[in-house]
Write a protein that binds this ligand. Structure first.
Ligand code: NDP
Length: 447
């Protein structure tokens, strides 16, 4: 818990204002715990109310999204965009379409995004958005009508110099394409206003792979520096089977590891011989199917429900959703010899799990650092759009790797500087914060 009156007060004010936003409160608490020592050593932070401003979004937009389903029935969903902090650049962050999306969820994601974008070293502020719309089971035409309606409102709030959304859970190339088409139609302008676009209309090579690949580049560097080790010969368990999980599996395998498990919200598969990724891609990316279908074509086990963290592994990469790995899961992983846990998803480990990993000297790497590769390559997509050119896959991939190594180094150095060597969570929070705080101080009380 907090040690100083200042941070205690900041947190209790957030708690009083948003008592029904558990995900947001969880993210704020974790970050404030890391920043307490920074605030103690830098009185300008309290004097200029920097923490109070950091935890309050610059703008939160909530809107109605009406659309017609294939049966001719009018459906109503709720849309959000939270523009959290623009101190270091235009707002940037993904859109999530999932039934669990609420103001609390977009605020926690937007708050984390501010620090994540700062860590990339690129000039991007933080935002997030989405809807409680569930694309699962909808026809392409229904998804298109929803996306067009969603963008009809969102277009009033975004722009290439203002706010540049991207994908997240439930928002992939199909959804970005439909939203981009609608933006262009409404604004009559071709601009890099969304990232994650298709390659034929301004997308960047390696954007699809970026988050999963970036996660593995970060882990490879952390293992090298902290444990004189690597992915080579390691057994890896990865949760989820969406964009991040699939490309984390691909890169970990290329780096010499054996990935033995993947999951979705229905259950998990265990293939002791190593996951056949081509089959997973065919099921999940081409057919939008369920991970259980894997076992109809391979000699592998399928188990319904949670439980994936009970599989013995050296490295665990949670890549599905928030709070999917709790204290009990953490104990199981450590008991089974896991040496590193790195988050592909945003906030997948509960506070109890995180605490346990840090206590047991497991290499624990937080999502805001390890999954920053996605937004980093989105930033590179914006650069290419502005320059009206396209870099090769290798060029983007090399920049991505350099950015991920820099993020690790900046986090490790910040942790060291404030007396917490090896604590990559505190290090990421501090390194991300310092740049944003400096920009806010220099710009005066503008927001
Ligand atoms: P996808 O929609 O491609 O895949 C999400 C995966 O997680 C699916 O396998 C899904 O299973 C599973 N999942 C989602 N919600 C739940 C839930 N409530 N319980 C159990 N499983 C669930 O999303 P992404 O791969 O893009 O995103 C995964 C995570 O990575 C998210 O936390 C996202 O914020 C984070 N992230 C993504 C980035 C990107 O570039 N895409 C960038 C940075 C972070 P099912 O199909 O059954 O729902």
């Amino acid at each position: 818990m907090f040690k100083t009156e200042y941070v205690k007060r900041v947190y209790s004010e957030v708690e009083a204002k948003d008592p029904h936003q558990p995900e947001f409160l969880q993210a704020v608490r974790e970050v404030l715990e890391s920043l307490e020592v920074v605030a103690q050593q830098n009185p300008a932070i309290e004097k200029n109310a920097i923490l109070e401003r950091m935890v309050e979004p610059e703008r939160l937009i909530q809107f109605r999204v009406s659309w017609m389903d294939d049966a001719g029935k009018v459906q109503v969903n709720r849309g959000f965009r939270v523009q959290f902090n623009s101190a270091i650049g235009p707002y940037k962050g993904g859109l999530r379409f999932h039934p669990t999306v609420t103001a609390s969820v977009v605020k926690f994601l937007g708050f984390e995004q501010v620090l994540k974008n700062s860590l990339t070293g690129l000039p991007m502020g933080g935002a997030k958005g989405g809807s409680n719309f569930n694309p699962k089971g909808k026809s392409d035409a229904e998804v298109m009508r929803f996306c067009q309606s969603f963008m009809t409102e969102l277009t009033k709030h975004i722009g290439q110099f203002t706010d540049v959304p991207a994908g997240d859970i439930g928002v992939g190339g199909r959804e970005i394409g439909y939203m981009y088409g609608q933006y262009k139609r409404l604004q009559n302008e071709v601009a890099g206003v969304l990232t994650g676009k298709g390659l034929s209309y301004g997308g960047s090579l390696a954007r699809t792979e970026a988050t999963g690949y970036g996660l593995c580049y970060y882990v490879q560097e952390a293992l090298k520096v902290l444990k004189s080790d690597s992915f080579e010969g390691k057994t890896v368990v990865i949760s989820g089977s969406g964009n991040v999980a699939i490309f984390a599996t691909e890169k970990a395998t290329q780096l010499g590891a054996k990935v033995v498990a993947l999951s979705d919200s229905g259950g998990y598969i265990y293939d002791k011989n190593g996951i056949d990724l081509d089959l997973v891609k065919a099921i999940k990316l081409e057919r939008r199917g369920r991970i259980s279908e894997y076992c109809t074509q391979r000699d592998a086990e399928y188990h319904e429900g949670k439980g994936i963290w009970g599989i013995p592994c050296d490295i665990a990469l949670p890549c599905a959703t928030q709070n999917e790995l709790d204290g009990e899961d953490a104990k199981l992983l450590v008991k089974n010899g896991c040496i590193a846990v790195a988050e592909g998803a945003n906030m997948p480990c509960t506070p109890e799990a995180t605490e346990y990993f840090l206590e047991k000297d497991v290499v624990y790497a937080p999502g805001k650092a390890t999954n920053a590769g996605g937004v980093a390559v989105s930033g590179l997509e914006m650069t290419q759009n502005s320059m009206r050119l396209a870099w090769t896959f290798e060029e983007v991939d090399t920049r991505l790797r350099d950015i991920m190594i820099n993020i690790f180094q900046a986090s490790a150095q910040a942790a060291e500087k404030y007396g917490m060597p090896g604590n990559l969570l505190a290090g990421a929070n501090i390194a991300g914060f310092e740049k944003v705080a400096a920009a806010m101080l220099e710009q005066g009380v503008s927001y």
